[in-house]
Design a protein around this ligand. Structure first.
Ligand code: ADP
Ligand code: MG
Length: 270
């Protein structure tokens, strides 16, 4: 479905440049739920913006179903962390969700059905006429998710979407993501700095190193498909996996502290 090949991204800054992403290569199969975890400043948002076609790679490429991404593809939707800024305060919940559908000139009757389905999927069917500012943070983020899934994207990109909500709301939203994933069969790339969240949500976790970024580890999460906050998080396997990811991230940090990864090593990688 999605292929990231030798992605490198360098930002020009006054007096030099910042190499945010050094060399990322991975493939994502249709319908996978993949979490990308890495410390702050590791280049996660940079990676997501490149995948979404919002930022051009310095070198390497992104391919969606074999076609190179050169601008935002119609079949991708993004949910950002700042839900407050991404919803239009003067429009009702329904109008916010409907907006991208209108822009795509989808006929009214079909739009209404898609919005109703999206509202049901995020359990907000009772507040279509409310305004975003009348809702809690968690509900606003549900609206943002509904807007993203309403036009049935093939790929849903989420960049630390729950970093700004309280723990209980966050747990509910995590379960919502797995619910939507199971129901819609959409491919999801979920970016987070939270190790536990990555293991709880993902079928697979890509651990990124510190900047300049490479894939430190590509881990299969062999937890049951049906997960719940209590049972899953207290299982022995969950704790083994989170311990493993934690170790990998510590390893990535110590590597950066002892200097950059030597160029020779990078050159010999497959
Ligand atoms: P993350 O999302 O993992 O926290 P980012 O992708 O936001 O990481 O940033 C990776 C690195 O690139 C950081 O060192 C950051 O300061 C730098 N960076 C991000 N965006 C820009 C930009 N527009 N210009 C210059 N440097 C940037
Ligand atoms: Mg970020």
């Amino acid at each position: 479905m999605l292929s990231v090949k030798g992605l490198r991204k360098v930002y020009p800054v006054p007096g030099g440049e910042i190499e945010a992403v050094r060399d990322l290569t991975f493939d994502i199969a249709p319908g996978q739920l993949v979490c990308v975890v890495g410390p702050s400043g590791a280049g996660k948002t940079t990676l997501l913006k490149c995948i979404a076609g919002l930022l051009a790679p310095t070198s390497g490429s992104i391919e969606l179903r074999g076609t190179k991404v050169v601008g935002p593809p119609h079949s991708m939707a993004v949910v950002f962390q700042e839900y407050g800024r991404s919803l239009l305060p003067w429009m009702s919940v329904r109008a916010n969700i409907e907006l991208p559908l209108k822009n795509q000139r989808i006929p009214r009757a079909e739009r209404t059905k898609l919005v109703d389905d999206a509202l049901a999927a995020v359990e907000l069917s009772h507040v279509p006429d409310s305004y975003p500012w009348q809702l809690s943070g968690g509900m606003q983020q549900r609206v943002a998710i509904a807007r993203a899934v309403a036009y049935r994207p093939e790929v849903l990109l989420m960049d630390e979407p729950f970093a700004a909500v309280d723990a209980q709301t966050r747990a509910d939203l995590e379960d919502l993501v797995r619910h939507i994933w199971q129901k819609l069969g959409v491919t999801i790339i979920f970016i987070t700095h939270d190790i536990d969240e990555s293991v709880y949500l993902g079928e697979r976790v890509l651990v990124l190193s510190n900047s300049p970024t490479v894939v430190q580890e590509d881990l299969t999460i062999d937890l049951p498909v049906d997960r719940d906050q209590l049972t899953t998080r207290s299982s022995a396997r969950f704790n083994e996996l989170r311990g493993h990811v934690y170790e990998q991230i510590q390893l990535a940090k110590s590597r950066t502290l002892s200097g950059p990864i030597p160029a020779t090593k990078k050159g010999h990688k497959s």
